[in-house]
Design a binder for this molecule. Structure first.
Ligand code: VGL
Ligand code: ZN
Length: 206
């Protein structure tokens, strides 16, 4: 059975200097490129929001980035404007080896719904289509790397398990935002869900 590599949101806005910079986010590019060179099936994701997206603090007068609000589908952290469609910040990091990607999944395009996961949006209903696409190719296992450990990597990994795939997250190839211990909480939640954690790229079997 083929395994798929999912490279989550390695975009300029999540790297140092970007609008929602993940500390040391650019350090994942090297390890992600090693993984990309090894896997027969590579899928990249790209956070891809319209101007005025509901997850942006700027869409909520009086609110600041990193505060939490309740939206119709549940709690939502408010973010600085980031990964706006067509901007430099939304582009994949220029050193990421994107040419080996079979698919690029863009998520977060609905103005009213955030989408952390590569598989479904935060309403837990709207699908990206990736589960079906991977199943059609006979994939039964995914290996996940990228940004950010505590948001898009976390939700992608847990949704992968819930969809019936085995899932492994490669710690060396991820970095987190870490709001109030959210990286530790993410590893706990992923562990409870049955996600495998591998420390080093060299310990991954493609
Ligand atoms: C992400 C916050 C908002 C991520 C995306 O890629 O982890 N985090 N949008
Ligand atoms: Zn986003």
């Amino acid at each position: 059975m083929p395994k798929a590599l999912l490279v989550i949101d390695v975009q300029n806005d999540f790297c140092p200097g970007g609008a929602l910079a993940v500390p040391h986010g650019d350090e994942v590019v090297g390890p992600c490129n090693v993984l990309i060179s090894e896997f027969p099936l590579v899928v990249l994701t790209q956070d891809w929001h319209p101007v005025g997206h509901r997850s942006f603090a700027s869409s909520h007068p009086g609110r600041s980035p990193f505060e939490s609000v309740t939206l119709p589908y549940g709690p939502q952290v408010l973010w600085p404007d980031h990964c706006v469609q067509g901007t430099h910040g939304a582009e994949l990091h220029r050193s990421l080896h994107t040419h080996r990607a079979r698919w690029i999944v863009r998520k977060g395009h609905d103005p009213a719904i955030d989408s952390y996961s590569a598989f479904q949006e935060n309403d837990r209903r709207t699908t990206t289509g990736l589960v079906g696409a991977l199943r059609e190719l006979g994939v039964d296992e995914v290996v996940i790397c990228g940004l950010a450990t505590d948001y898009c990597v976390r939700y992608s990994a847990i949704d992968a398990v819930e969809a019936g795939f085995r899932a492994t997250v490669v710690e060396e190839a991820c970095r987190g935002i870490d709001l109030d211990g959210s990286v530790g909480a993410a590893w706990d939640a992923m562990g409870l869900a049955g996600v495998r954690r591998v420390e080093r790229v060299k310990d991954v079997r493609p």
